[in-house]
Design a protein around this ligand. Structure first.
Ligand code: SAH
Ligand code: SF4
Ligand code: F3S
Length: 442
């Protein structure tokens, strides 16, 4: 009898990519993907714990499996990822949801196939959360079932050494480990040969690639340059860059390589030096703005995006207003704005001057409105410009494409004869409507 799998993925691109590995291990064992959770023989929850809201949502979704498991006794339920990597979480989860069969953490995703085989043999609860990252280079030769045939993620490093005081990631993802350049080149080459068009290099802080001494002196700008020089018709992106160590060399490499998308995600988190210091971000407002100035000088067409936290402990109205001013000054095409969320075990969780939720809510609404206005104006400014876009889909009325910054561009079918999905084209932007750019071919 055919067996089906369903994966819930929460959190960042790391998790999205790790779910592609999990899908590979399941398909190697004969399972087929289904879009109907009720049809699944195995359900995997690949979890995130970056904010409390993420955890609450996941708990709710795991709870919703209980009635399915009641009627389908053989259903296997596995929980993995960052949330399960936290201390004691395996037992907390199991107590709350006794129907969970397998728990493992973000450190050992690559071994899920073995855990599943073990569970199928022994049919008893399998707790496989381990503290050390058990990363093996061979893991990157694994079979990925990628979500998309044009866009691909490639891990260049794992973990984070920064310990921003609000953040749980260094605790659940461990210390930085960089992959060997050779294996990265090989993987990217394969993807290009297979027809992938946009390659995104992934790491919590790509700028510190190689600092662990494991890459034979290859730094991030060097790695990026080498990949951009590979043969083929593709675009190269990367995330995330920590502003504290984004070098002039990186700006140079980006500016001179046409294959590197002119877009940069550069999380600022806050605009007040007092708050940046308390967050342990290791840069100040002035040096961040200086960096932005250098980037814009080198690449006038760059689109910038950022992450911001409002309501960090001790954030006063004055501190918040400094964030507002910074947002207005930088002019981000996109900003992900979050209310500070207390995370167990982090330094900021122990601070006494926590900001009330009502103030956090008020600040996030104000800032979202300001950013909405800025980004609308920036995208409207693109009208009349020519953008290189990738055609990546279609519906009855439109060909759908993505600009380098990831924004959807719609091209009316009535204005063109035929466009091929998977091709880059130059497109003139004619309008900006409902959050999408409208374009026509040149
Ligand atoms: N490594 C990336 C970010 C990963 S987490 C970087 O450093 O840029 C993505 C974003 O979640 C962060 O940039 C931050 O804005 C937000 N975030 C992290 N911890 C948070 C917390 N405790 N509360 C609210 N937002 C948080
Ligand atoms: Fe978290 Fe800071 Fe590391 Fe980003 S750099 S993952 S925000 S600790
Ligand atoms: Fe979440 Fe883990 Fe990513 S905590 S944001 S899934 S690294």
């Amino acid at each position: 009898m055919q067996k089906y799998y369903y994966i819930y993925t929460y959190g960042c691109q790391m998790n999205v990519h790790e779910s592609e590995k999990i899908a590979g291990m399941l398909e190697d064992r004969g399972y087929i993907r289904t879009d109907e959770v009720e049809k699944a023989d195995i359900i995997v929850f690949n979890t995130c714990c970056i904010r409390e809201s993420a955890e609450q949502k996941i708990m709710g979704n795991i709870g919703a499996v209980k009635p399915i498991k009641k009627v389908k006794k053989d259903l296997i339920v596995a929980v993995c990822g960052c949330m399960s990597q936290q201390a004691d979480m395996a037992s907390i989860l199991r107590k709350k949801f006794p129907f969970i069969d397998i728990v493992f953490g973000a450190n050992n995703v690559e071994f899920f196939g073995e855990y599943l085989d073990e569970f199928l043999k022994q049919k008893k609860f399998c707790n496989k959360v381990i503290q050390d990252k058990n990363y093996m280079e061979s893991a990157t030769k694994m079979h990925f079932v990628r979500d998309n045939s044009l866009y691909a993620y490639v891990n260049i490093m794992y973990g984070c050494n920064n310990f921003c005081t609000y953040c749980i990631v260094p605790y659940v993802r461990g210390r930085e480990i960089s992959r060997a350049p050779k294996t990265i080149y090989r993987e990217v080459k394969n993807l290009i040969d297979m027809g992938y068009k946009v390659i995104t290099l992934l790491g919590q802080n790509v700028n510190s690639y190689g600092r662990d001494g494991s890459t034979g002196g290859v730094t991030f700008p060097k790695l990026l340059d080498n990949i951009a020089n590979l043969q083929g018709d593709f675009e190269l992106r990367f995330m995330t860059s920590h502003p504290k160590d984004l070098s002039d060399e990186l700006i140079e490499v980006m500016a001179k390589n046409p294959k590197i998308s002119k877009t940069l995600h550069l999380p600022v988190q806050a605009g007040s030096n007092k708050i940046l210091k308390a967050m342990n971000r290791s840069y100040d407002r002035e040096s961040y703005l200086n960096l932005i100035r250098k980037i814009k000088e080198a690449m006038p067409d760059i689109t910038l995006s950022t992450d911001i936290i409002v309501g960090f402990p001790g954030e006063t109205e004055e501190d918040y207003l400094l964030t507002e001013q910074l947002v207005k000054e930088v002019q981000y095409h996109n900003a992900f704005i979050f209310m500070y969320s207390r995370r167990r075990g982090t330094i900021a969780d122990k601070l006494e001057n926590q900001v009330p939720i009502s103030i956090k809510r008020e600040r996030i609404h104000r800032l979202l409105a300001i950013e909405h206005e800025i980004s609308t104006k920036l995208f409207e400014k693109m009208i009349g410009s020519t953008q290189r876009v990738l055609i990546d889909g279609e519906n009855n009325l439109f060909y759908l494409a993505k600009a380098q910054c990831g924004k959807v561009v719609k091209i009316a079918k009535s204005t063109v004869t035929k466009l091929n999905i998977g091709k880059f084209i130059d497109c003139e932007i004619t309008d900006y409507k409902n959050g999408n750019l409208i374009g026509r071919t040149k």
